[in-house]
Design a protein around this ligand. Structure first.
Ligand SMILES: [Zn+2]
Length: 250
């Protein structure tokens, strides 16, 4: 839940005590990563989530049998700053405006980035300690272009360390970020896998052009612990590929 929506929800409750139901509907149904509101039940929690159960192009995937293809190089130009939010499901950074990802003739605007532990995508059955998702939107079509990067323990990453030091501890808390540059969370080579998929959280809409970096990025294991202290398991299990091709840049 975005803080804006949270505040709007509170305002609605204050203005209209009988509107409780409406306010909850506006926020979406509660969901989680385990138990009765866990991933295997997302599709039945609300009609809005039907794609979570009935969809055929769901994400994440276990990446295997990728097909080598002549897919365009990625050109990334992101800006530093933004705001960091604990939204109750993850830590999310609302990006400073003006950041872009260009893939061939498609240009997407960076909207936000957020973290999962462990990784949501697998590579030949192997998972990674964390995955960051850079969520971009195509200005004209509204399609999302999400770039996923695996995070593994190793040398400290300045950007991830700055974010970890600023993780808001409670759901709903938000703070400004001065000069934290997301570009430092990119691997040195931008070779990637690509496939058509979905949001990995309700409503699981099948509107995502997925790009997953082949090379992981090292971060300080102590910073990973700062994340898992808040969210020790916020990864949707891998879904079936169905008839999709996973393309691999050379
Ligand atoms: Zn995600």
């Amino acid at each position: 839940m975005e803080r804006r929506d949270f505040l709007r929800g509170l305002a609605l409750l204050a203005a209209c005590p009988l509107c409780v139901k409406t306010a909850y509907a506006a926020e979406g149904v509660h969901w989680s990563y385990e138990g009765e509101a866990g991933p295997e039940h997302w599709g039945s929690l609300s009609k809005d989530n039907s794609a979570c159960a009935a969809g055929s192009q769901q994400s994440p995937l276990d990446i295997r049998d990728a097909v080598k293809a002549d897919i365009p190089d990625l050109a990334i130009d992101w800006k530093g700053g933004g705001t960091i939010l604990n939204n109750g499901h993850t830590i999310q950074v609302k990006a400073a405006p003006g950041g872009t990802l260009r893939r061939g003739d498609r240009t997407y605007d960076l909207v936000q980035y957020h973290f999962h532990a462990p990784s949501e995508h697998l590579v030949e059955g192997k998972s990674f300690p964390m995955e960051v998702h850079f969520v971009h939107k195509h200005a004209e079509t509204g399609a999302l272009g999400v770039f996923g990067v695996f995070l593994v323990p190793g040398v400290a990453n300045k950007t991830f360390a700055s974010l970890a030091a600023a993780f808001p501890q409670k759901a709903g808390e938000e703070a400004g970020l001065e000069g934290v540059d997301p570009s430092a969370l990119l691997p040195s080579a931008l070779s990637y896998w690509a496939y058509e998929g979905s949001l990995t959280t309700p409503p699981c809409s099948e509107i995502v052009d997925w790009m997953v970096a082949k090379n992981p990025v090292e971060v300080d294991p102590a910073d990973i612990k700062k994340f898992t202290a808040l969210y020790s398991m916020n990864a949707r299990p891998a879904l079936v590929t169905n008839r999709r091709y996973i393309l691999s840049s050379s």
